[in-house]
Design a protein around this ligand. Structure first.
Ligand code: CP
Ligand code: NVA
Length: 311
């Protein structure tokens, strides 16, 4: 029996394949019950504190609604409204919040901040995006692929674009689920070498493969899933122009999609920029499952909260 009570959810690397499948199973069952009008409420009377140092639409709303649906409540704590903005340390913040709330979600810049918060907090800490990874998104994404394809193992996912937080979490998650992950980035925008090495080790354990290339066509070849993300992530806005040049031949469009399988799925964590990382035809086309992914943020995070924050 898998027991995740008290665990942090900081990176997919910290979870075994079995634990990740448990999260997906619980997410599916919570989704079904919610839709049937028979919601489960394992977090009655509990509170999630949500620290935001960056903007958000999906993360904020899905955590807040998710907590409410589970019988609890969520507090939106923007950096400018709490004392972190005036220099209170993350460790003191962690200890104080731990006396009030039953779990803390944080969206921040440096991944170190998430680690420090998790270390100092006595309640579970959930990573709602750092510069290094975005595990809640990747979990929701793999839940969505599983719903659409009926399996994960052996599928090929091609990630085309920036070697960023999304690339890292998809690579790590894909390796854990036994998928073949191909990542095509422009030169100078490769994935983090340590995350790649660690993913490679997990891929070997689970009979999967990691391919890193600078050729989008090689990555897209025979892919079951094509995934992309913005060229300039939050915090990199001033590099927008230079990145537009570097990423020019990395747009996911009808031409590139021809290399994938006919029934490929197009995925994007959103927000998206039509005409930049993806053409309107692809993102709004029949292979696109972007809104199913967005919806599953809610269900996947409810599973994370229900399993880590239950008494
Ligand atoms: N995909 C995602 O995390 O979206 P938000 O930035 O809107 O939360
Ligand atoms: N890579 C993007 C993801 C946004 C959900 C960013 O960090 O801005």
């Amino acid at each position: 029996q898998i027991d995740l009570r008290g665990r942090d959810f900081v990176a997919l690397a910290d979870y075994t394949q079995e634990e990740l499948y448990t999260l997906l199973k619980v997410a599916g069952s919570l989704k079904e019950k919610q839709k049937a009008g028979n919601p489960e409420q394992p977090l009655k009377g509990k509170t999630l504190g949500m620290i935001f140092e960056k903007s958000s639409t999906r993360t904020r709303v899905s955590f807040e609604v998710g907590m409410y649906q589970l019988g609890g409540q969520a507090l939106f704590l923007s950096k400018n409204d709490i004392q972190i903005g005036r220099g209170e340390t993350i460790e003191d913040t962690a200890q104080v919040l731990s006396r009030y709330v039953d779990g803390i979600m944080i969206r921040t810049y440096a991944h170190r901040t998430v680690i420090d918060l998790a270390r100092a907090a006595t309640v579970p800490v959930i990573n709602g995006l750092s510069d290094l990874n975005h595990p809640c998104q990747a979990l929701a994404d793999y839940m969505t692929v599983l719903e659409k394809k009926g399996r994960l193992e052996g599928l090929k996912i091609a990630y085309i674009g920036d070697g960023n937080n999304m690339a890292h979490s998809l690579m790590m998650g894909g390796a854990k689920f036994g998928m073949n992950v191909a990542i095509a980035t422009p030169e100078g925008y490769e994935v983090d070498a340590d995350v790649a090495k660690q993913s490679q080790e997990f891929a070997e354990q689970h009979g999967a493969s990691i391919t890193l290339t600078h050729d989008p066509k090689e990555a897209a070849a025979d892919a079951d899933v094509i995934y992309t993300d913005v060229w300039a992530s939050m915090g990199f806005e001033e590099e927008q122009q230079q990145r537009e040049k570097a990423f020019q031949s990395f747009q996911v469009n009808e031409e590139l999609a021809k290399y994938a399988k006919n029934d490929y799925l197009f995925m994007h964590c959103l927000p998206a920029h039509r005409g930049e990382e993806v053409s309107a035809g692809v993102i709004d086309g029949e292979n696109s499952i972007i809104f199913d992914q967005a919806e599953n943020r809610l269900h996947a995070q409810k599973a994370i909260m229900a399993l880590t924050m239950s008494s």
